[in-house]
Design a protein around this ligand. Structure first.
Ligand SMILES: NC(=O)c1ccc[n+]([C@@H]2O[C@H](COP(=O)([O-])OP(=O)(O)OC[C@H]3O[C@@H](n4cnc5c(N)ncnc54)[C@H](O)[C@@H]3O)[C@@H](O)[C@H]2O)c1
Length: 380
């Protein structure tokens, strides 16, 4: 089997996790690592017996790797990814692909211009429930979508936020829960229900000593007039996601791992005008579903990325779709912090000015107790 020669750029918690994961992916071969922290990268390179770089350009220009995984803090994803694609390498970027929509546009443009494979680490797309939900919606079993809901609480300690100077700062990260923890489920939400057209958000910092948001509440409106609601935070336990998508012909609900699909006997819009009985309502039935056992680990996305390079396998998480979650995040932050409704596509210049202003106001961090550890709760 042809192995894809991969370099990892950014070998902190996630990058080191990917280096370990790659040992189990027979389609991939780790050939080099890069990190601006010289001691860290030397240690990781020695552990894996691979080449070591402190400047990502040198790794890319060396010709050792034909593809890279970018696992630096988000702000660097576009610069590194674009340089790599323009120098002939395929790119798998960590999520989110960028902090701003204008930068995401540039990444998408680079992938189109160069024809290089460009993927994003949205491994949850491989979960059985989301594969089934996507299929139900694409085949029209829900009918036209009328309402959506996503409540996606997270928890992070102050020690987590203090573990790196870039974390939870406008300058280092470009946002809080929205840009860091929330992107996976926002990706699923927009993959299933599409990107809302209008956002009216409330955004605040409630529990933590950080300058960015740890709580977000948003009213949504879709192109067809459907309404939705979105909530996220890093202040709550247990962290059980709650997702609902209600259509004219059916509804899906997901609470934790419990997924249900209800079909209606007659579309609600039709029943409402045709039925003459005062207290009647459309009959609904919970359908039995076969949820496939799947691999939704980081490894599954790395494998798919390699197969896309060697055999043209369709990408599970194409980079271009990484743009949607960035639109969603930017719309929430702009709406919440400017206290006004925001429409998508987000005005690129307005968002660039907004983020520049937030960076200028950024106070950085007084307390940093560095810890580098891959999240033990996530599947590799
Ligand atoms: N897909 C997932 O499930 C998942 C989970 C955790 C983190 N992530 C993403 O991974 C990325 C990294 O997060 P982390 O928790 O590993 O952070 P981290 O701070 O542990 O590691 C980041 C590393 O990048 C290095 N770095 C910074 N700038 C660099 C540059 N210009 N060139 C080379 N190296 C550079 C740092 O020195 C550090 O070692 C983030 O974008 C985050 O959102 C994804």
């Amino acid at each position: 089997m042809k192995k894809v020669r991969i370099g990892i750029i950014g070998v902190g918690g996630m990058g080191q996790g990917h280096a370990e994961t790659m040992k189990k992916i027979e389609e991939a071969e780790l050939v080099a690592v890069c990190d601006c922290n010289e001691n860290r990268v030397k240690e990781v390179a020695q552990k894996h017996g691979v080449e070591c770089f402190v400047d990502y350009r040198k790794l890319i220009d060396s010709g050792i790797a034909e593809a890279i995984i970018v696992a630096t803090p988000h702000y660097f994803h576009p610069e590194i990814s674009i340089y790599a694609m323009e120098h002939g390498l395929h790119v798998l970027s960590e999520k989110p692909i960028s902090v701003t929509v204008s930068q995401a546009d540039k990444m998408v443009e680079a992938s189109k211009k160069t024809g290089k494979v460009f993927s994003v680490m949205y491994q949850m797309r491989n979960k059985g429930v989301f594969i089934v939900a996507k299929d139900l919606i694409e085949k029209g079993h829900l009918g036209e979508i009328q309402r959506t809901l996503l409540i996606n609480p997270w928890y992070r300690s102050q020690a987590y936020y203090d573990s790196g100077s870039w974390r939870a700062t406008w300058k280092g990260e470009g946002g809080g829960v929205l840009i860091n923890q929330a992107p996976h489920m926002i990706d699923i939400f927009t993959m299933l229900a599409g990107l809302p057209r209008k956002f009216q958000a409330k955004v605040r910092t409630r529990l933590h000593n950080i300058e960015v948001e740890d709580e977000v509440s948003v009213l949504l409106e879709y192109e067809n007039g459907a309404w939705g609601y979105y909530y996220t935070c890093t202040n709550e336990v247990p962290c059980i996601p709650y997702l609902e998508i209600a259509g004219d012909k059916g509804k899906i609900t997901l609470y934790g791992d419990t997924f249900k699909f209800f079909s209606t006997s007659v579309p609600i819009s039709e029943f409402t005008v045709k039925n003459e009985s005062m207290w009647a309502s459309p009959e609904t039935k919970e359908e039995q579903l076969n949820i496939p056992e799947t691999d939704a680990s980081h490894g599954s996305i790395i494998r798919n990325f390699c197969r896309a390079i060697t055999d043209g396998e369709p990408l599970v998480a194409p980079g271009v779709e990484g743009l949607k979650s960035v639109e969603f995040i930017n719309a929430c932050l702009l709406s919440g912090l400017r206290n006004k409704p925001v429409e998508t596509p987000v005005n690129r210049d307005e968002y660039d000015n907004f983020i520049r202003e937030m960076i200028e106001k950024s106070k950085g961090k007084k307390t940093v107790k560095t810890q580098i550890q891959t999240d033990p709760n996530i599947k590799k």
